[in-house]
Design a protein around this ligand. Structure first.
Ligand code: GLA
Length: 393
């Protein structure tokens, strides 16, 4: 399977948890087609945990819950395929899934064949209830081989939450994406911490095998299965989506696409951001700066005009195809801050005779040509993403 750019799609878990059904999946697929998600690249529709009965059948096969999926999985997969999507399902390397359903430990080959028979194109493979006596790496290798022997192209999405530094070995096992972090929650601290925890690991992500920092929560606004803490604002979602796009992470939507607010829908369909994520070269960005920011507003708490926030400013610079670049500025601090970008720190020295012509990636606004530096003041939690081309100064 020739995976060039980060996988894109939708997954049932973040919003629906165990509350899934044939009807939900069909409706989601129909709406994603109608509203242009498929055309934008969101091609995998994935059913997460809680789809099966608690018992295997007499041949040791997994059985879809007939109340949730009365037509079986093959029929549902056929429908999803008929609209032009690919169909994804979920199992787990342990003896039970995270929600306590039968899973694939010691059933790898029969389960892989079952998925292939149903027409599955994507398998998310979790890590709950894994026997302490067994070896995780071996079991991911086993499922990878079990998928291969089916002869079907099945994207293997491993999900061991970063256990045993998966960025070092998942790619060598034939895996196509690996979850490197714990579960996302629909709040700013959760998603920003997850993304920042991988800044020094993304260098090992790229074509054939991508670092997966979990399904997006864009558009959930505190509703659904992963709501915890203060729900995200529009600005938080823009920052979340921009981070995933700049880092080149898989874009698996987790919101209810049947009822998305226009802001969230336009955001995940934004052409500039998607182009950065899906750039043909599949490169990851340079982390130009990551560290403290300083806010100079009067702070009544401390009575000072100076406050320092660690790990709060981030500037990313990404090489793309066709001599183009993307720049991402992020402010994770609870106050506004200046986020710098001195071009010399991305390789364009002072007085080089070249400038960067900058365009806002989200709005398309032309910001003109700039020499040597372009700093941006950002509100708390805000981001700005620019596209850049080299021009003569
Ligand atoms: C784990 C995974 C989640 C989700 C749930 C399902 O927590 O990390 O993404 O698949 O299991 O139970």
């Amino acid at each position: 399977m020739n995976l060039l750019t980060p996988p894109m799609g939708w997954n049932s878990w973040n919003t629906f948890g165990s509350n899934i059904s044939d009807e939900l999946i069909r409706e989601t697929a129909r709406i994603m087609k109608e509203k242009g998600y498929l055309d934008a690249g969101y091609e995998y529709i994935v059913i997460d945990d809680c789809w099966s009965l608690k018992q295997r059948d007499e041949n040791g096969r997994l059985v879809p819950d007939p109340e949730k999926f009365p037509h079986g999985m093959k029929d549902l997969a056929d429908y999803v395929h008929s609209l032009g999507f690919k169909f994804g399902m979920y199992s787990c390397a342990g003896v039970q899934t995270c929600a306590g359903y039968p899973s694939s430990f010691d059933h790898e080959f029969v389960d892989a064949q079952t998925f292939a028979d149903w027409g599955v194109d994507y398998l998310k493979y979790d890590f709950c209830n894994f026997p302490a006596s067994a070896d995780g790496k071996t079991r991911y290798a086993t499922m990878s081989m079990a998928l291969k022997v089916t002869g079907r192209d099945i994207l293997f999405a491993a999900c061991n939450w970063g256990t045993d530094e998966p960025w070092k070995w998942m790619k060598s096992l034939g895996v196509h994406m690996y979850r490197s972090t714990g579960d996302i929650q629909d709040n700013f601290n959760s998603f920003s911490k997850i993304a920042r925890s991988q800044l020094d690991k993304f260098c090992m992500s790229g074509p054939s095998c991508y670092n997966d920092i979990d399904m997006l929560t864009v558009g959930m606004y505190g509703k659904g299965n992963v709501a915890l803490g203060q729900a995200c604002t529009d600005m938080d979602y823009q920052t979340q989506f921009a981070l995933w796009c700049m880092l080149g992470a898989p874009l698996m939507l987790g919101g209810d696409v049947r009822n998305m607010k226009p802001f969230a829908e336009q955001l995940v369909l934004n052409k500039g951001l998607l182009r950065i994520n899906q750039d043909a070269e599949g490169r990851v960005p340079q982390v130009v700066y990551y560290g403290r920011v300083i806010n100079n507003d009067y702070d009544p708490e401390t009575g000072t005009w100076w406050r320092d926030y660690p790990d709060s400013g981030l500037t990313l610079f990404k090489h793309m195809s066709d001599h183009e670049f993307a720049v991402g500025y992020f402010n994770f601090a609870p106050k506004s801050a200046d986020i710098p970008f001195i071009f010399a720190d991305a390789g364009l020295p002072y007085g080089s005779g070249y400038a960067l012509h900058l365009t806002d990636a989200i709005t398309g606004e032309d910001l003109g040509a700039h020499q040597d530096y372009f700093h941006i003041k950002l509100e708390s939690h805000a981001c700005r993403v620019l596209l850049a081309k080299l021009v003569k100064a």
